[in-house]
Write a protein that binds this ligand. Structure first.
Ligand code: 5GP
Ligand code: ZN
Length: 118
């Protein structure tokens, strides 16, 4: 979809810091990170939200989420992180190409995190 920034990233028409990819999913660093290594994982095909995404595509995206978290655990010793997926404006979805956030967390970082504080 031409007007979608995440489709432009997948197509290489907009820049991104790639982390990993598989046949159907792409992982890259968030442009406005709430914590170090804040990462987005998306399907390469345009799907708006969880309602619009077939199970097989969700599976490919989650497979890549798993690979990225394994990489971060092994290489960066990152073991405390949240997986966040927002669907619909009232649930704080801003980009309407489904994505999973991988958000590394530390004690006391809540003021920087828009979804949850503690
Ligand atoms: P949402 O609020 O929809 O769950 O999250 C959208 C995320 O996409 C935000 O964290 C935002 O910083 C990120 N984002 C928006 N535009 C771009 C972009 O052009 N490049 C990258 N890398 N991230 C983006
Ligand atoms: Zn898209």
């Amino acid at each position: 979809m031409d007007s979608c920034i995440f489709c432009q990233i997948v197509a290489g028409k907009a820049p991104s810091w790639k982390v990993m990819e598989n046949d159907h999913a792409y992982a890259f660093l968030d442009i406005n990170p709430v914590s170090e290594y804040h990462t987005l994982v998306i399907p390469k095909a345009h799907h708006r939200d969880v309602f619009d995404t077939p199970s097989e595509v969700l599976q490919q995206v989650i497979d890549l989420v798993k690979q990225v978290t394994t990489l971060y655990e092994e290489k960066l010793d990152l073991r405390h992180l949240q997986l966040i997926n927002s669907n619909g404006r009232e649930a704080q979805q801003d980009v309407f190409h489904i994505h999973f956030h991988i958000v590394p967390r530390k004690f006391g970082d809540g003021q920087n995190i828009r979804w949850q504080t503690y």
